[in-house]
Design a protein around this ligand. Structure first.
Ligand code: GLU
Length: 447
């Protein structure tokens, strides 16, 4: 069977076997449609059905999470952990707490995570988990009780050599603290390496909090360097205002860029004079408020309720909020407004139509798997420190992160060239990640 037809058939099987999981279908399609040239060079991958096997998670766990809210009412959520692939190391990937979570979201994230983690070059497999719990408006105590109930089930499925969860949307150091406390209590083990994204006060790595955002900006730096350009003096917009967005903005500002906008799910803050990052941090990290409140403290900033951040003129755009937040029309507006680089701090934020627009326009486009891999790579550095009972300095850890992002960029850039699509980081990232996983799967036999 011709390779293209074979890939098409695999995709149809995935759709049939995973009905309704549209984000998962999208993530699978985006990867496997770029693998034609690899299958042509390596017929052994097709012979051993490597793609078909990768598309089927090794294990999927779905569980009830009952908890009591502050009014004494019983609440029930659904928890997930999808252990997708463990040929390169223990399953590794974050937990997402958001009302939109269902199996299809966790599977798309887990599938992406396999290739992203492989790209880092660290010994980590791919997995993802979460729950349809909405932390918005919940008290600290409610979040604690939810995390304890969630871990009461999850603890039997994870471990430093088995599966190592971390944060994602809705899960930060506070949640990781409650989860770690409950894990320790249930297992009677101080097993630091079972979770990453811990507070540096009790086993967490410095730079983990900053890593996804900083890493995304390091990736932009590399993409621009490859074109003889730089970040300094550029006008930027960063969607979102969570952990990834905040530290992407911080690094852009440190490198002399001018960041004029960020957002949350309610609207956009546009501050032409340049964002006041201390205020964004206080509103989002300390007070857990909405970004609309920024405009109350800065009269010259505009708040655009329900607005699109991609309408704002910029040279660098970093989608750092959530999946499918940047569609084809938005991509066209960015390109028309003179945008030269886009890098994804979020997972799959650009729709397939949007990606096509960027590629046809020939701008530098860094897909999430490569551009946001700094977060999970620094999680692997946290595991390394935990395993050796060591704690590195901020400077040393940031240097390691920077080296990892440069090497991801170099590998993707080279692979894109070798496989006949120079400058195409989508093809480069998919091929490098896939080949690492495929080689290990071949070595392990039929598992
Ligand atoms: N949730 C992050 C990601 O999408 C980080 C996962 C981790 O650190 O394990 O890569």
């Amino acid at each position: 069977m011709p390779i293209e037809a074979r890939i098409e058939r695999i995709y149809e099987q995935v759709v049939r076997r995973n009905p309704g999981e549209v984000e998962f279908h999208q993530a699978v399609k985006e990867v496997i449609e770029t693998l034609g040239p690899v299958l042509a060079k390596h017929p052994e991958y097709a012979e051993h059905k490597i793609i078909e096997r990768i598309c089927e998670p090794e294990r999927q766990i779905i569980f009830r999470v009952p908890w009591e809210d502050d009014d004494g009412e019983v609440q029930i959520n659904r928890g997930f952990r999808v252990q997708f692939n463990s040929v390169l190391g223990p399953y590794k990937g974050g937990l997402r707490f958001h009302p939109s979570v269902y199996l299809g979201i966790i599977k798309f994230l887990g599938f992406e995570q396999i290739f992203k983690n492989a790209l880092t070059g660290m010994p980590i497999g791919g997995g993802k988990g979460g729950a349809d719990f909405d932390p918005k408006g919940r008290s600290d105590n409610e979040v604690m009780r939810f995390c304890q109930s969630f871990m009461t089930e999850l603890h039997r499925h994870i471990g430093e050599y088995t599966d190592v969860p971390a944060g994602d949307i809705g899960v930060g150091a506070r949640e990781i603290g409650y989860l770690f406390g409950q894990y320790k209590r249930m297992t009677n083990r101080y097993e630091s390496g079972v979770l990453t994204g811990k507070s540096p006060h009790w086993g967490g790595a410095l730079v983990r909090r900053e890593a996804t955002g900083y890493g995304t900006v390091f990736f932009v730096e590399e993409m621009l360097k490859a074109r003889g350009q730089s970040i300094e003096g550029r006008t930027c917009v960063v969607s979102g205002s969570g952990n990834v967005a905040i530290y992407a903005i911080e690094k852009l500002q440190q490198l002399g860029a001018h960041v004029v906008a960020c957002s949350d799910s309610d609207g956009v803050i546009w501050h032409e004079r340049g964002l006041d990052l201390d205020l964004v941090k206080r509103l989002k990290e300390v007070e857990r408020r909405r970004i609309a409140d920024y405009a109350r403290e800065h009269g010259d900033a505009k708040y655009l309720p329900g607005g699109s951040i991609w309408d704002i003129r910029c040279e660098i755009a970093l989608p750092c909020a959530t999946q499918n937040e940047l569609d084809e029309a938005a991509a066209r507006r960015l390109v028309a407004n003179g945008c030269v680089a886009v890098a994804e701090g979020a997972n799959m934020p650009t729709t397939p139509g949007g990606v096509r627009v960027f590629q046809q326009a020939g701008i530098a486009y860094g897909p999430g798997k490569a551009a946001n891999a700094g977060g999970v790579a620094t999680s692997a550095l946290e595991m390394q420190q935990n395993a050796s009972r060591d704690a590195w300095t901020f400077e040393h850890t940031e240097r390691r992160l920077n080296e990892i992002m440069s090497s991801i960029h170099r590998n993707c850039h080279e692979a894109a060239e070798v496989y006949g699509s120079p400058g195409n980081y989508v093809i480069g990232a998919n091929i490098v990640g896939f080949r690492r996983v495929a080689e290990a799967m071949l070595a392990f036999g039929l598992i």
